[in-house]
Write a protein that binds this ligand. Structure first.
Ligand code: ASP
Ligand code: MG
Length: 405
């Protein structure tokens, strides 16, 4: 008998009816002879609603209290789902992150899981119970409640799958798999049968909202086969694994895009004064994630540093940089909002040097200005104006012929 972990996202548990369907699915899984752990998100858009309520009170609410607030969403779902299971005659118990033994670092709003004390889950499974665990939340060593970052229920599920050496981990959602790019915006997209961990990791990090990036990191590190599939249906989804079976996979396999990006540029009049590491140390201390970084020095000996971050983190970043202005030693700081990042991803890119050039050519031909570029072995990202984001994604999807299987 093996453990299976199934995760259901907000849209899959957005009503009592859907919670009941989820319960039926868990029972079917149990009837196949598995021990079943179900991880759930908050119902529908309820996390967003909680965030909006907090924003009515303060623009920068205390992060600790935000975690206290947001974790209530998942607590509603777990209790209702456990009741639904019991009403259908199944033996079930719900656990919060704390009760499930999910210990995290003390970073409110974006904590990493450090350890899972799974005795309680194991005991419940041994008693033949279906175990329902609240996603997205954990507890610090000193008893503070934390959250794992928006979308973090995926990570709860994969971390539990790793801890329990599960046979499989399925992320059950409102789409039937991972697509070449977001079908809501781009035409001609197709579902991918398979992706490597690295490709999925890049896509998730670059804004493909389908999986929380850290969940893919976990899956990769612990070699957990991950399936992204439709919640209440029979069709098979996308498998995310170490290697692909398919031969001749395309050079570019997917396109990710993300709006709400801001570029900050810092100027120094003397390049000798540039305290670049200080900039990033201070931002990191305050948990501001930065992304693409470009440093420049002009012929006149001036220096500048540009980097991107999520616009949502801008106020926080500006407060930190203003506060440390003296130590960083810069003259001027400017920021440009309303930018987006559009990226192409594919493991075949390692051995195909012309791909980036084709990407830039296609964007330029279609009058999409490229503001910043960053590359890794298996991806190329460009920063473009937000208003051009969807056009850029469509142009690249067409250019690299992703509509063809
Ligand atoms: N409910 C949380 C969110 O909306 C966590 C999750 O859904 O994974 O971000
Ligand atoms: Mg999600």
């Amino acid at each position: 008998m093996g453990v299976v972990v199934l995760k259901f996202g907000g849209t899959s548990v957005s009503s009592i009816e859907k919670i009941e369907k989820t319960a039926e699915q868990a029972i079917r899984e149990k009837e196949q002879g598995h021990q079943v752990v179900i991880v759930v998100s908050a119902m529908g858009k309820s996390t967003d609603k909680l965030v909006q309520m907090a924003e009515q009170i303060s623009k920068l609410p205390s992060k600790r209290e935000m975690d206290m607030l947001l974790t209530t969403g998942e607590q509603i779902t777990i209790s209702l789902l456990a009741m639904a299971l019991q009403a259908k005659g199944a033996n079930a118990v719900s656990f919060t992150g704390f009760q499930a033994g999910i210990e995290t670092e003390r970073v409110h709003g974006n904590a990493r899981i450090l350890d899972i004390e799974s005795e309680r889950i194991r005991a419940a499974l041994a008693e033949n119970k279906i175990v329902v665990v609240a996603g997205f939340q954990g507890i610090t060593h000193d008893g503070e409640i934390t959250t794992l970052g928006r979308g973090g229920s995926d990570t709860t599920a994969v971390a539990l799958a790793a801890e329990l050496a599960a046979l499989k981990c399925a992320i059950c959602t409102d789409v039937d798999g991972v697509y070449t790019t977001d079908p809501r915006y781009v035409t001609g997209t197709i579902k991918l049968e398979q992706l490597t961990y690295d490709e999925m990791l890049e896509l998730a990090n670059l804004g493909a909202g389908v999986l929380h990036p850290r969940s893919v990191e976990y899956a990769k590190n612990f070699k957990i086969p991950l399936e992204v599939r439709l919640s209440h249906g029979e069709t098979s989804g996308t498998m995310i694994e170490e290697v692909l079976d398919l031969e001749n996979t395309k050079v570019v396999r997917g396109i990710a895009f993300e709006d709400g990006i801001t570029r900050i540029t810092i100027h120094w009049s003397r390049k000798e004064d540039m305290r670049v590491s200080k900039v990033f140390t201070e931002l990191a201390k305050n948990n501001v994630d930065v992304d693409i970084i470009i440093q420049g020095i002009t012929g006149l000996g001036h220096g500048n540093l540009s980097f991107t971050l999520k616009t949502a983190a801008l106020l926080n970043a500006l407060a930190v940089l203003e506060d440390k202005k003296g130590e960083i030693g810069y003259e001027q700081l400017e920021s440009e909002q309303d930018l987006a990042k559009v990226s192409i991803v594919g493991s075949g890119m390692v051995s195909n040097p012309g791909v980036a050039a084709r990407m830039f050519e296609a964007l330029t031909e279609n009058k999409v200005p490229i503001k910043m570029i960053s590359t890794s072995e298996i991806k190329v990202s460009t920063v473009v104006p937000e208003r051009d984001m969807v056009k850029a994604a469509q142009v690249l999807h067409d250019t690299f012929e992703l509509e063809k299987a």
